[in-house]
Ligand binder design. Sequence first.
Ligand code: GLA
Length: 687
Amino acid sequence: MKSTSYTVALDPSSRWAELVAWGPSGIEDGPSVFSNAGSVHFITEADAAPAEYAPLGLRPFSGADVSVRGGSWWRFDSASHDGDLRLTFVDEVARLRAVLCYRPVPETDVLTRWVEFTNSGASTLEFDRLGSAGVCVPTVSGARLTYLTGQWSQEFTRRSVLLPAGGFRMESRFGVPGHAHVPWLAVQDASGGPAWGVSLEWPGSWEISADVEPSGLTRVRAGRLPSPGPVLLEPGGSLVTPAVALASSVDGLSGLASVWHDYDRVLAGARWQRPRPVLYNSWEATGFDVQGAAQLELAKRAADLGVELFVVDDGWFTGRDDDTGGLGDWTPSEASFDGDFGAFVSSVRELGLEFGLWVEPEAVSPKSELYASHPDWVYRIDGRPATLVRNQLLLDLGLPAVVSFIKSTLDVLLYTYPISYLKWDMNRPPTERGRPGAPLADLDAEHVAGYLSVLDHLRATHPHVTIEACAGGGGRTDLATVARTDVVWPSDNTGPVDRLAIQDGFLLMHAPHLMSSWVTDSPGVFDPRPRSLRFRFVTAMAGVLGIGADLSRWSPEQHAEAASLVSLYKSIRSVIHHGVARVLHGPSAPTAATQYTSEDGDTVVVLAWSTGSLTGAPLVPGRSSRVRLSVGAHASYVDESGARYSGAHLKYAGLPFDWTADHDADVVILRRQGSETGSTKVGEPVG
Ligand code: GLA
């Protein structure tokens, strides 16, 4: 790891591993802050210990990480260290072997953990709980927990709760991470300060809990949620839990966000550097009424603005006149494209645009041909009617035939047409979660495996295709998904002020290169209040810029302004995607602002939005709104207008903004002058 130590030791009785230190390198040199210095009453030794991962038998009262029917009590067996640390524990009675695995992620402050189980006995083992990790955080007097919550169209709302004692729990039973919570949690001491984070690499059902123990320590447990449970482990079989990523930063939540951004970049590998094109998506403009001629008209207008990619969303395929049909029959609608979809795609590309398409491969409409041919491909329970959500059913991706069908369908589309972008959507959770003939199958894990295998296939077979992850907005933004996709759609809500709040939370968990965002019409679907075009553009520039407005309604003046904002965005895109991003103020501040600093520290881009009072030329005495930046105090900077600022001024007095009715958002580009003389560094804390 970059500058983090994570140290574990065996307890004296060798029945569990326990945490000794987790924090900045060197923190392990000294007595453990975790160890229990007192005696134990009424509970077991393991209950009072900072146990790393323990079965319910061993830790019955304070929170166990795994629960096997009949109970499990294990003992340390062996350890190996070849890059990964592997600690093996064995339960000789249940004939269960558990290997606790630890992998430090190079060049980051992230460690991943998972557990590998083997059943060496003659009986099937049944797991009611199957966590990936249990980990302690050295809070002193209770925890401040920060989590991201909401519902469809309000995803990623940042909330904090002070927990002096007791427990906190989040979960999803949706078969996807869901809109209500994301599998991510940040823990600080009740007084704030350093932050520790947990994020699960699992696109299925999950649970994360935090318990403040009587000693003041906080113990977090994270893992998949067996659903429907239990998970079975057959004799001779083995089972691997999803990985959980653990992050820490001495620099509070902003520092922790940077650690997660680093990790997203590691997960993206070389694809992180791939430019994310400015896209146009026609969903909000045309809905299901997709007609080739009108789409081409939109594409022409988009190309004139400097857009680089045209994406046709839902509604392009046979039988998809509304949300009651079509899913599963992935052939272009003859009527919409005059029987020649290929010619339509060529016309779009002749405008200099790349071409992209929306798909929802896991879904099927009951009136589709696919469902007529394969009614047994959906989740169902014999004798029970199927519940429709958005008028559709869900394919059982645990069935190899379904996964083959999806792979070959996508292959055909991608080989037939020059498609360079796929938006993968998923708009309904499983309801009748069953597979006739297989009552105890681990359907959640099988669906996840099928879904990930299709994404892996796309990556391997069509590496040029950029993939956007979407599940009715931000329903599937976990680390396993972002490791296999290039951008994610955080929410269907494109209302400008709501979007700022969504992006504020999103950027705590994920990096800007993943954050797709569109400029849409205002007043719009989600917000009837007008907002300037500039405000909407600056909001969408905070990540991967897209446009989703009905361009046929824009005036020549709006077109000209939009073209210049697209060009401005292209000039700062590499700093936004590849620099260090910091949300300085969310939308509850009078000026919301996000800062992006280039890797070399020479360019600082500040995006700012007026979310409070107007401050430019008020009728009564008043002052500019100020945003204190995260810059070196000893450097000096000049903005595009030639105004000069010392680093100390930007850092301690702040960058001034004067908001008027006509000026409600800004992009400030600051260039560092000469070389910095002090010892401060880029991305250091504000204030
Ligand atoms: C979901 C997505 C939207 C859009 C529609 C199309 O709701 O989140 O962006 O693609 O489906 O049906």
